[in-house]
Unconditional design. Sequence first.
Length: 578
Amino acid sequence: MTENDRHWLVGGTLVGGAALLSAATWAGAAAGAAVTGAEAAPPSPLTVARMVSDWDAVWAQSPTESLAGAITANVLVLAAVIWGLRWGLRWFRNPASLAGLHQVRELTPKPAARTATRLRASLKDVAPKDVAPADRGVLLGDHLPSKVELRGSDEDTYVAIMAPRAGKSTSLAIPVAEEAPGSLLMTSNKADVYAATLASRSRLGQAWILDTQGVAQAERQMWWDMIAQADTLEGAERLASHFVTQITSEQADPFWSQAAGDLLVGLFRAAWWEGGTVRDVMKWLADPKEKAPLRVLYEREPVLAEQVDSSINIAEETQSGIYQNARTAVSALRDEKVLAWVTPDRRHPRFDPEHFATSKDTLYLLSKKGGPASAVVAALADAVFTAGAEAGERHGGRLPEPMRAVLDEAANICRIADLPDLYSHLGSRGITPFVILQSYRQGVKAWGEVGMDAMWSAATKKLIGVGLDDAKFAGDVSTLTGAHYVDRGSYSKSKEGYSRSVSEQREQVLDPAEIRAMKKGTALLLSTGMPVAQIALRPWYAEKVMAHIGPQMRDEEAAITKRAVAAYEERKAARHAR
């Protein structure tokens, strides 16, 4: 907008405002006169001019009543104008030059409620105005500066990048999990999210806990038939990939990991055909001379048998290397405590991914760190995704009630190799993935540059929190925020005196340093098809409807502490007993 345009805008606003107030003054005065039965002065510019100079002459029959009416009318008009300006500024103006409320209106309560009624079978006959806030979708935060609640839908896919202690658990993982309308898959390397949501999710459905490394010191009360995932060749290949990922390195010769993967695929399929368990696979891996699995494969799948046979019936040193790599990939299963979670046990119920997909149950996958142990977490998470996608297809394309998958620390404990590719269709199947990372580079380390770029591009909602110390990534985000024009004044001195000039300059809305130094509790929201917006995060402890989380979290943390002390005393006693 040029300087001349601004002058015209200001002038037009003043003229319009004067005309509006003049009309309101006459209308109010006429209404006041009508109360007394007096005749109103004719509406005309001449009447308005006379009212300014000699009010009593214009409204001689009712000067007091007409004046009271005019004042009342002007107060009402000014109040309406002020309300209108505030409404307009709220929707159409953002001092920070980021997205205004009208630009993210599809995420505001009413549109979000309409989307929820379309996606959820239980809300099909509910009017959007009657949809509860928790049922409108995935809570993102409040738009700034308008402070209007924004929610994504359960057909969106999410990636959040925040530094440690920036509110990943309190503002993202816990609220998203607590409001999950259907089944919930949760991964974490800490017990806080588990402790916060266990009680409330247990009231909604059954809570299943896989805690192979004692994150929550949870006693094993379930088992999962891992070999059941190898019911097809594709399933066996996916199962093997979760373990092989742990030994794959960009610097290493890919032959060894690929050969180890082929061997595991064959052994998983043989175990499935034989009705065996993971224990059988471990036994076969321990002895390269064991021919039982090959005999089974030659009877059932000759082509696969020939490929596995050709890859292991080679020079003894090479064969030894292949088997050793395969044993390293599944090294977590050497631990009897881990093995017990994935082998049949009549004392405990079996976790069924297919039943879980259409239930309101919760599955907590807990692991302290990456490495071989996390392969079990990735394998079970992938089994749930597969079952959910297939269940969605059986229900007309998507699950009747969305499944939420909050994958905290996904790069460390849930490294599903093709998770970036899964992102492209999970949302359309009624599965809502929400991956939470500490940095973009953490994702690159887990899935490579191409994989992380693919996930980033496929995510329809991206949250950038505080504390980004990656200058390159912060620079990329800065570019995405766009540029705006700002007025810059300059002064000069000459013999004639001082002069001032104003020029427009194009600048980034946020530079990398400003992104890094964002206020704690805020985040940038990058939503597909919308400009970048800034939001205020909403931690669970600031929500009245989540006040119950505090007491149940304290109770469960106390129980975890008690179990941890008991486990320590048991180990201590065992050491002294030696």
